[in-house]
Ligand binder design. Structure first.
Ligand SMILES: [Zn+2]
Ligand SMILES: [Zn+2]
Length: 176
């Protein structure tokens, strides 16, 4: 699926891709995507890429930890593709150009999956929720409050400091 740089004509090359990729580096390429990509040489080894990508990502709800499907519809791509060796150079000379507008490639080939993955990651919410009104897990019993209401007391009377409050903050991150 890699595009050879020497195969890119002066007027640019447009390719349509349909494949799967490993979105979160989990060892399985389970995110299907389709993309339409146009690559055009801008000189000095830099290529301009634009196009659109659609994908179906599987995300974990940050509140209840449930896996849910997150469709990405026609996300626009528009950035420069710069040779890896120029990374340092561009960082030093970069003026007003955001990091998000630049992707990198190595050697004589461009691997679209690499920049498509990066672009998809940019469209995914930082704190994904499976539904805007997800009730999350009970911090006391760990039960899924979307499925059933438990009777746990999670609100302390005003002014009362729970002796377990500190303990809870220590335990909590391990559940994630
Ligand atoms: Zn949820
Ligand atoms: Zn509970």
């Amino acid at each position: 699926m890699a595009i050879k740089i020497n195969d890119i004509p002066p007027e640019g090359l447009t390719v349509t891709l349909a494949d799967k990729l490993d979105l979160f580096d989990e060892g399985t390429a389970d995110t299907p995507f389709t993309a339409q990509v146009t690559v055009k040489a801008e000189g000095a080894g830099i290529f301009h890429v634009n196009g659109t990508v659609e994908a179906t990502a599987s995300l974990e709800c940050s509140r209840c930890l449930k896996r849910f499907t997150f469709p990405i519809k026609e996300a626009a791509m528009d950035f420069d593709l710069v040779p890896e060796g120029a990374r340092k150079l561009s960082a030093e000379h970069e003026l007003g150009r955001s990091e998000l507008d630049t992707e990198f490639y190595r050697g004589g080939e461009i691997e679209p999956k690499e920049f498509i993955r990066e672009q998809l990651l940019l469209t995914i919410p930082m704190v994904p929720v499976h539904s805007p009104d997800c009730k999350g897990l009970c911090p006391v019993c760990g039960g899924d409050r979307n499925e059933r209401d438990c009777d746990c007391r999670t609100e302390l009377p005003e002014g009362a400091a729970s002796p377990f409050a500190a303990l809870k903050t220590i335990i909590k991150p391990e559940k994630e």
